[in-house]
Ligand binder design. Sequence first.
Ligand code: ADP
Ligand code: TRP
Length: 324
Amino acid sequence: MARILTGIQSTGTPHLGNILGAILPAIELSNTGSNESFLFIADMHSLTQIKNGVELRENTYSVAATWLAFGLDTSKTVFYRQSDVPECAELTWYLSCFFPYQRLTLAHSFKDKSDRLSDVNSGLFSYPMLMAADILLYDANFVPVGKDQLQHIEMTRDVASRINHLYGEELLVLPEPKIQEETQLIVGTDGEKMSKSRNNYINVFEDDKTLKNNINKKIITDATPLEDPKNPESSSVYELYKTVASPQRVLKMSQKLLAGGYGWGHAKKDLLDAIIAKFGDAREKYHYFMNHKNEIDEVLHQGAEKAKAVAQATLGRVREKMGY
Ligand code: ADP
Ligand code: TRP
């Protein structure tokens, strides 16, 4: 049985793009597969960007509540908070002492982030070592990630090989990346890729009124008069509708837009209704968990207990070799 492991940063409330592109496919994988899966909230990675403790804690709950609301089966998955297993920080240090500084300076994601962010701290620089520790601590075989994370997996394999080579044995398990190519790319309200940093996202957990206002205000449309025919592809209302409505309804919307007499305002209302219909149940559960954080704590605590047992065994092997 292979062990699959992946982490999700807790940098905000997951948006429609995160849910459709990452969360639902991963839930499908862990609920149905015969593999053993480890899924964690990378709240120590989030500290590279979020310094407000209240916000960081709330984000962690929000991410956990989303996974639970969409039906993650925690009896089949080891679901935990990264910071609940501080052994990870210890392994990060060991790995850092085996990985050339020069190689870290070549990380694309650091270059990309240091160009965009004002807070370029050294945690951001050594981020790949923390990620390598996340993976190596649990002897993971496969790591599902987006393409942007591929280099981090290569660094993980590199540092593990260096250590194995030095100590002359398979001390650490080399993980394989599992690139999620086929995941759907969800467009944002401006037609670009939906993303937190572009502020073009849709938060499906907002109350109906806020969600409606955001859909109306954020989605860009042209000024074609109501009675005129419209090109469905000219606004992301239609693109977004495709991700949440049935094919028959999508066809109907495109016919109505092409025929004229159906405005973008109508299309936005139909999009709102489709989101509420599709996510009604998950929205309710999300708010239930956000109002019962003790239940989230309980689930994450149980996950952390299981994770810790594996982490301590790995660290035991490593410490011994390193002379501690
Ligand atoms: P963001 O770009 O909003 O900060 P993240 O980089 O934290 O999102 O992404 C978390 C996960 O969600 C990743 O697996 C990523 O591939 C997926 N994801 C993010 N935005 C989209 C999108 N617009 N469409 C599909 N998947 C997405
Ligand atoms: N860096 C990953 C991202 O931004 C999140 C992450 C942290 C991760 N640790 C991990 C992913 C370990 C896979 C395995 O998406």
